[in-house]
Design a protein. Structure first.
Length: 251
């Protein structure tokens, strides 16, 4: 007999139910990336190494939509570092994270990315910079300052897992609302065009995920390419979207 020994592969997790097992599965892959992909497994990791591991994980999660890749922006990294620093080691010592601190962080971060797992719903919006993502309420207010009524942006809620938050301008004030659990199961491109969101007229976003080029455009101009309609068929869609079963709105 001949024994064939293959090289070690990357870690693999088979999910029987992506809805129930998605977050736990990706958490295990993140823990492997941060704590065990080294000569000797470690019990702690630096925030810098953790963020780098997080970037690798995001790249794997979003590779299902290869037409426009979006990584964490510099200010998103800074925001996440602040969140992590609040739970890191004692003041005056190197900022190190324990495994349980990483797991606690993932319970929030993973719940946010869970909203992007469906390539036919919100992953394309994230990839094209239409979901600003990891942004504080204060930063959202800075971006919307002096913008016209009805201008809004989309970010992940820090208070409520599995929820999007919409920040918008009313008069000269910026208001914030957390979308319901049921709303967050839908495509934002469809949801935000519904009559009850008529007052939200212009979307603030990062074209090509570039924060230096922040733009405000009428929401129908930005979102219509990501809408699905009952009137269209797959044959009407661009070739690159047919493969994903996605039907944009050309009307």
């Amino acid at each position: 007999t001949v024994e064939l020994v293959s090289a070690k592969t990357e870690p693999l997790i088979v999910m029987a139910n992506s809805g129930n097992q998605w977050e736990k599965s990706w958490k295990q892959l993140l823990l492997h990336e941060v704590f065990y992909r080294r000569k000797q497994p470690a019990n702690v990791t630096s925030i810098a190494k953790f963020i780098n591991g997080l970037e690798i994980l995001i790249d794997h999660i979003t590779e299902r939509y290869p037409h426009s890749r979006r990584h964490l922006l510099a200010e998103e990294r800074e925001y996440l570092q602040v969140q992590l620093s609040n739970s890191a080691s004692e003041e005056g010592k190197p900022l190190l994270l324990k495994r349980e601190e990483v797991e606690t962080f993932w319970d929030w971060f993973g719940s946010s990315f869970f909203l992007l797992r469906d390539v036919t719903k919100n992953l394309p919006l994230w990839a094209h910079g239409l979901i600003l993502g990891f942004l504080s309420k204060e930063r959202a207010e800075e971006l919307l300052a002096l913008k016209g009524d009805g201008t809004f942006l989309i970010r992940f809620s820090r208070q409520m897992p599995h929820r999007f938050s919409v920040s918008y301008v009313v008069g000269q004030a910026v208001q914030h609302t957390i979308l319901s659990e049921e709303d967050c199961k839908l495509s934002l491109a469809e949801l935000l065009m519904a009559p009850r969101f008529m007052s939200l007229s212009h979307l603030l976003h990062y074209p090509s995920a570039d924060p230096a080029r922040v733009q405000v455009q009428p929401k129908h101009e930005v979102l219509q390419q990501f809408q699905k309609t009952k009137k269209q068929t797959k044959e009407d869609a661009p070739e690159k979207l047919k493969k994903m079963g996605y039907i944009p709105n050309f009307s």
